[in-house]
Design a protein around this ligand. Structure first.
Ligand SMILES: Cc1cc2nc3c(=O)[nH]c(=O)nc-3n(C[C@H](O)[C@H](O)[C@H](O)COP(=O)(O)O)c2cc1C
Length: 172
């Protein structure tokens, strides 16, 4: 799970913890949290990857599926998230991505719809159904159905793509 907001005073970490508490109820998922505030990723893309860039890309490479927790900023997703996504490449390939999105008066759907082509470019597969929260109205304890639906799809794709990657090299 990647927490996409690094904003001071963010709610993204709280939403991330809530999602972890729900995901841990399921068998068969080992969840690791990649919180972008814990990675000092360079604002200027370096010629040579820094240790933090290498560490982040390696963590992405180890995962078999992703949950991206994203707020909506000006009808899109935050720059911190794009910066992190761009620091890995092959590590995203042929893996599924589900979204937990949120906003104020929106449920983050604009952020999600802009993330889809980014992940398509990286040969990742995005889940149709996500967890969408309008911070103005939603209560986290009411969204269990959406969590289950998204994790069902993510698990299905995660298993299918794990087998496919093992069976034959991905084409690109
Ligand atoms: C720069 C900025 C732009 C925002 N734009 C939107 C927006 O377009 N739609 C929306 O629903 N909420 C918007 N918001 C509200 C955020 O979704 C809300 O503040 C949320 O808590 C941000 O996530 P974070 O606290 O994890 O950083 C915006 C917030 C910021 C800081």
């Amino acid at each position: 799970m990647i927490i996409g907001s690094t904003r001071e005073g963010r709610v993204g970490d709280r939403i991330g913890r809530w999602f972890v508490s729900r995901a841990e109820r399921r068998d068969g998922i080992v969840l690791r949290v990649l919180d972008l505030v814990e990675y000092d990723l360079p604002a200027r893309y370096p010629k040579t990857p820094t240790a933090e860039v290498t560490e982040f890309a390696a963590a992405v490479g180890l995962a078999e599926a992703f949950v991206v927790v994203t707020p909506e900023y000006n009808r899109s997703f935050p720059a911190s998230l794009k910066q992190a996504i761009d620091y890995a490449y092959d590590e995203w390939r042929a893996k599924p991505v589900g979204f937990v999105s949120y906003g104020h008066r929106s449920d983050g759907i604009c952020a999600v719809e802009q993330l889809r082509p980014v992940f398509t470019e990286l040969h990742a597969v995005t889940m149709r159904d996500g967890v969408r929260l309008d911070l103005m109205h939603d209560r986290l304890d009411e969204d269990d159905h959406a969590v289950v639906a998204m994790l069902d799809q993510l698990t299905w794709w995660g298993l299918a793509l794990r087998e496919a990657r093992a069976a034959r090299p991905y084409v690109s």
